[in-house]
Design a binder for this molecule. Structure first.
Ligand code: C2E
Ligand code: MG
Ligand code: MG
Length: 309
């Protein structure tokens, strides 16, 4: 607003920009007025964005891998690739801080390709080391479905020699609303042409519509950590988890519980028929070499399987 927020057009535009970022931050489709504190926030954001660009160029990213186990026999069924950014000054920047910016700026496209290719190469190396077969799960942002995602994945699978059958993209419910029908269409096409698997990540936190769930080309639901963390004490969460497992099974979907940290949670999930388990109780996200070591020592097994109690 002139003249409160700036005496000249340059200042006014800069401050209007700050307000726009603020509106986007609060979730799109909003109105925001400029306030003096905003510029500092925007400055920090712009710095992070520039660092992100430099970081990709300087190869400051690595992947960690977190195992998933079958509740029935404790077998390793999958590993999920999780992005890590080791910035020389900022230190380890958690994905929740930089992925949203990577998405907003489109840098996620490049970053996502790198994740997929690096993870596939790594999985091929585990196989060369004699590991058993397991699924490789990679997180996919809705943004990535705007581009030529089918061609991109096909090229990566070809280059690395990894088979689509053992590859899984984890997507979130947000893709249904954010990108409308297009993302879903892309995902369906990708699945039909390449035959890779798709899992619904963070299930229960987004705008899940049960009606849409049955139209999705997914084979697996990952129950969000927020429903697991208060188990078994929270009766509501316990009821939700049990109902989700039942519903998923009725729809022919497998269920993974995320963020399992305690034996009590483990027990309740097993009793409720949850197929796969992932969480600190079994293994934190770890560097690839650590997975190799555990595989070689044949120690990558769940501590206690459901049948043990
Ligand atoms: P996500 O895909 O739901 O990944 C699971 C997150 O839960 C990971 O956080 C993991 O470290 C954490 N976690 C696993 N087990 C436990 C547990 O027992 N307790 C607790 N408290 N946490 C647990 P992380 O690595 O910080 O990743 C956060 C999110 O960032 C991921 O959530 C995913 O949405 C996103 N992300 C990570 N890597 C990528 C990537 O390569 N591409 C995209 N698009 N997103 C990614
Ligand atoms: Mg995930
Ligand atoms: Mg998740």
């Amino acid at each position: 607003l002139y003249p409160e927020d700036g005496q000249d057009s340059e200042t006014l535009l800069k401050n209007a920009d700050a307000a726009m970022y603020q509106a986007k931050n609060l979730g799109r489709n909003r109105l925001a007025y400029y306030a003096p504190g905003l510029t500092h926030e925007i400055q920090q954001r712009l710095e992070l964005e520039q660092d992100l660009r430099d970081g990709i160029w300087r190869k400051e990213f690595t992947l960690h891998y977190q195992p998933q186990f079958a509740s029935s026999d404790g077998r390793l069924v999958a590993v999920e690739a999780l992005l890590r950014w080791n910035h020389p000054q900022r230190g380890m920047v958690p994905p929740n801080e930089f992925i949203p910016i990577a998405e907003e700026t489109g840098l996620i496209g490049e970053l996502g390709c790198w994740v997929t290719e690096t993870a596939c190469n790594q999985a091929m190396q585990w196989r060369a080391e004699g590991s058993p077969m397991f699924t490789l799960a990679v997180n996919l942002s809705p943004y990535q479905l705007r581009g030529e995602c089918t061609e991109t994945l096909m090229a990566i699978l070809e280059r690395t020699g990894f088979d689509a059958e053992w590859f899984e993209f984890e997507v979130t419910e947000s893709l249904l609303i954010e990108e409308g029908g297009f993302a879903l269409q892309q995902l369906t096409e990708m699945r039909e042409r390449l035959g890779m698997k798709i899992a619904m990540d963070d299930f229960g936190t987004g705008h899940s519509s049960l009606g849409q769930l049955k139209c999705l080309p997914i084979g697996k639901l990952k129950i969000d950590r927020s429903f697991i963390s208060d188990l078994p004490g929270d009766a509501n969460d316990a009821a939700i988890v049990k109902a989700v497992i039942l519903m998923a099974h009725t729809l022919g979907l497998e269920v993974v519980a995320e963020g399992v940290e305690t034996r009590e949670q483990h027990r309740l999930l097993c009793q409720s028929g949850c197929d796969h388990l992932q969480g600190f109780l079994y293994g934190k996200p770890m560097p690839a070499e650590e997975i190799s070591r555990l595989l070689a020592d044949n120690q990558l097994r769940i501590i206690k399987t459901c049948s043990d109690h």
